[in-house]
Design a protein around this ligand. Structure first.
Ligand code: CO
Length: 130
């Protein structure tokens, strides 16, 4: 049986607890639980987790910046976004469950990242689809 969910922690060090998320397409749906183990306030060190094609990552983050924290630094109607969580602060968590049919297996096409301004340089990783 494939693992159809993963928990990713985020920190005050502007990092995620993993550099890679593997999604097995034998899971029709996949669940990501984002936690925040830090203590800095959300408006200072908030984090979200967004999945998109790596080629679209920077544009989504740049556009998200202009949306403000009230909108989770994300233009959520952007069709290039495959999955996303809201921005969370310390002690909070956010869960996103999404259909894996939007993902193509193989290759090196997808990434996860944080769209809080300035975070994408450090808060990103690879999404492996198999
Ligand atoms: Co962040």
């Amino acid at each position: 049986m494939a693992e159809c969910s993963v928990t990713v922690d985020s920190t005050d060090e502007m990092s995620y607890s993993t550099k890679e998320i593997t999604i097995d397409k034998s899971c029709r749906e996949f669940t990501i639980r984002l936690t925040h183990s830090g203590s800095l306030p959300k408006n200072v060190m908030g984090h979200n987790l967004v999945i998109a094609k790596t080629a679209d990552m920077q544009a989504i983050a740049t556009e998200g910046m202009s949306q403000g924290i009230e909108k989770d630094y994300l233009k959520t109607d952007d069709v290039r976004i495959i999955a996303y969580t809201k921005v969370i602060g310390p002690g909070e968590e956010a869960v996103v469950r999404f259909d894996t049919s939007a993902l193509e297996a193989g290759g090196d096409n997808y990434s996860f990242f944080c769209t809080f301004p300035g975070h994408i340089a450090m808060m990103k990783g690879k999404v492996v689809v198999k």
